[in-house]
Design a protein around this ligand. Structure first.
Ligand SMILES: *Cc1c(COP(=O)(O)O)cnc(C)c1O
Length: 445
């Protein structure tokens, strides 16, 4: 396996093939990396020395016509060219003819991000937070992108006018306390543009935290510069989530980028996608989460692969994810264990999935099993008095006692509402429930 150092032999060779006089400062210049991103099969072959058979090459070209290619020289340098067909970096970055296979159950926009969008660029799904697509570009096009429909579509950065619409929406929506900058990759925006954007968003009084989702530490760690940190630091609390999928992606360069971010005080998280033949293995995942926490990155989510078109070859059964969770929970540090989620098709949001730990229940005992398979009981309290909650916090014994304006009491939704004392809803009935529709139609059955 290749030595993963900054400007190692493989990287020097790639750099010199790009331009003979290239040196380490070119290599570490993120703009140089972007300018020299690999977008064609011929360049890929030239830089890696890999040669595809002619027939495969023409199929690959058809794939690229539909889903374009872009790989930073840095990320390309991590490919093990001697064993590229099994290489997790290769599989995530290089086209596969299977991408053209679209199943009947695949969807263009499986998470209904475009439908749950009040204004261009904003997806408002959950009550108190929004996703803000602030860039249409990425430095590397992940083959497993959930927004594959859009990749390479409008290779641009939205204008200030466009972004102002999103900012205006957030301003006018006081329940939004958390703004998640996504894209594309928000760090494709120039520093000064980010500075402007973050200053606008953080100036909104009801915005308490901003999050930034970026794959730069993985695919272009040199984007994390002192200048960038200087800009971002002005806008704490800023939570940064990145997207490592395989332990091989953690290199000297990415470690340095993560250290710069952690030293600057940003809480760091990681969102992985469970991908067939890339990381669908308990050992690979355990190694990954261990490397992440060593680098001060908290594994946040492990996603079940979405139903986007062209991803069928990447999907695993849900059971694989549960098997991985089974191998992590209890077996390793709690903070190294991500939450495994399925992002509900149709836009229901993220649904956590876990092995089953509650085995049975009586009126005063819960029977549980642990990670070792030990079956145990938890004796519930005999004297817990359930208090009626009418949401009148002023009268409640539990004293929040904060020196600030009390929050407005928000109304409950969903299952929370069914559990609430102060709400009389007894069931949630789907719109298309036939029995109920019959009642409404008054046919008396
Ligand atoms: C994932 C996501 C969020 C953030 O969800 P968290 O569980 O708070 O991380 C917000 N909005 C949309 C549309 C999302 O997909």
């Amino acid at each position: 396996m290749k030595e993963m150092d900054i400007f190692n032999d493989a990287q020097q060779e790639i750099a010199r093939k790009i331009k003979p006089e290239s040196n380490i400062s070119n290599w570490k210049d993120w703009k140089w990396q972007l300018k020299n991103s690999v977008k064609s099969i011929d360049t890929f072959e030239l830089l890696t020395g890999i040669k595809f058979p002619e027939e495969q090459k023409s199929q690959l070209k058809t794939t690229l016509d539909r889903f374009p290619l872009s790989i930073t020289p840095y990320y390309l340098s991590l490919i093990d060219t001697d064993n590229y067909e099994n290489d997790p970096v290769f599989k995530q970055s290089f086209a596969n003819v299977n991408e053209l296979t679209v199943l009947k159950t695949d969807m263009e926009d499986p998470l209904s991000e475009d439908t749950d969008s009040p204004v261009e660029g904003i997806t408002h799904r959950y009550p108190d937070r929004v996703l803000f697509h602030v860039s249409n570009v990425c430095s590397m096009y992940c083959r497993h992108c959930t927004r594959k429909r859009k990749v390479g579509d409008i290779d641009s950065i939205p204008s200030k006018e466009q972004l102002k619409e999103g900012i205006e929406y957030i301003k006018n929506t006081p329940q939004v306390r958390d703004v998640l900058l996504s894209g594309g990759d928000p760090l494709m925006l120039p520093d000064s543009y980010l500075d402007w954007l973050l200053s606008e968003i953080t100036a909104i009084p009801h915005v308490e935290v901003v999050r930034l989702g970026t794959r730069m530490p993985v695919v272009l760690p040199y984007r994390i510069t002192e200048d960038l940190i200087k800009v971002l630091k002005k806008y704490q609390p800023l939570w940064i989530n990145t997207h490592f999928n395989h332990p091989r992606e953690i290199t000297a360069s990415s470690r340095e980028a993560l250290a710069m971010l952690a030293d600057a005080g940003f809480p760091l998280g990681n969102q992985s996608v469970l991908l067939a033949e890339v990381n669908d293995c308990p050992r690979v995942m355990k190694k990954l989460v261990h490397k992440l926490v060593q680098n001060r990155v908290r594994p946040y989510y492990m996603y079940q692969c979405d139903l986007s078109e062209g991803l069928a070859h990447f999907r695993t059964p849900v059971g694989k994810g549960i098997e991985i969770m089974e191998s992590l929970i209890g077996h390793t540090s709690g903070f190294a264990v991500p939450t495994y989620v399925i992002d509900a098709p149709g836009g229901g949001g993220k649904i956590p999935i876990m092995p089953t730990y509650i085995i049975s229940w009586s009126t005063n005992k819960v029977v549980l099993r642990n990670y070792e398979g030990i079956i145990t009981t938890y004796q519930e309290p005999e004297s817990y008095e359930s208090k009626f909650c009418d949401r009148n916090c002023e009268e409640c014994n539990l004293d929040l006692n904060l020196d600030e304006e009390p929050d407005e009491v928000e109304k409950s939704i969903g299952i929370e509402k069914l559990l609430a004392d102060y709400d009389n809803t007894i069931s949630l009935i789907p719109d298309n429930n036939e029995r109920h529709n019959r009642r409404e139609n008054g046919d008396g059955r």
